[in-house]
Write a protein that binds this ligand. Sequence first.
Ligand SMILES: NCc1[nH]cc(CCC(=O)O)c1CC(=O)O
Length: 334
Amino acid sequence: MDQPSHTSQRPLRIGTRRSKLAVVQTEGIRDSLQKLAPGRTFQIEALHTLGDKDKSTALYSFGEKSLWTAELEEKLTSGEIDVVVHCLKDMPTLLPDSCDLAAIPLRDDPRDALIIKASLPYNSLQDLPEGAVIGTSSVRRSAQLRRLYPHLRFANLRGNVETRLAKVDSPESEYTCMIMSAAGLERIGLKHRINQYLGSKDGGILHAVGQGALGLEIRKGDTETQEFVNQLGDEKATLACLAERSLLRTLEGGCSVPIGVETEWVGQPDDHVLRMRAIVVSLDGTESVERSLDAALRTNDEATRMGSELAAKLVDGGAERILRAILADRPSKE
Ligand SMILES: NCc1[nH]cc(CCC(=O)O)c1CC(=O)O
């Protein structure tokens, strides 16, 4: 039987987490979709996920990051919602069988950024004195920083962006500064608080896989939604992010292991050459392996291949031993 003609105009239900950042991002995607389909109705459902609720456990002891995504994926699978808007870096590299990554839109600044306590006079990582305390719960950030700045100290800092900033600024807190993604800070109107943008060219640390990008996830087989949201996909962001995700998948690391990455399109635009560098660091920063690779990319398969090739180079350089030592040290998931 033919689908009734009004199906394409059914309201599109968009799910996301309930944090300010998630809601702002989702409203942006909703507005872009609305421009593509002016007559259609969109509903946003913002969910309080398990990952938002537990603020006491260090991030790395959660194991995989599916705690941010699992409940939304259940609602997607059961048909309660049609699209989930995720921060791509919070999406595990393997999705449930019932779900697909339908589009990666234009990526915002993927770099990490440093914010210093409002009352202090410093402006960069290089300015920070011996013993200064960096607030971060990310082992990727702390391991890379320990390697480059062994005189700094680290303390866990959890909660949504506004909570973290308030903790850092509080005169009673031990934090000298914090590190968060530039994209996240800019999206919620905190760009003016960024003291330094970090990356291979300044500060020396590499960002998380998928950082600064969004991922639009749909129910597998929902071709109508697939085709609709795919119009927001950006080719360069998609190829770079798929290469990064393939690297992470091949190294079998979730977001909670110290793997940093940076991708950049080099040469003439027509060359389509992606340069990807990546680093794996031991938690204490004393051991690391860093490699890079250039590859001409036009297809998703080529991007995936590039990620696994760079992973293989890292493994050849000793990355696997570093990662195994970290995994062996973790509390079991039981
Ligand atoms: N780990 C949490 C998380 N997931 C996505 C973002 C920000 C948005 C992004 O970088 O994609 C953040 C906060 C941060 O790391 O600063």
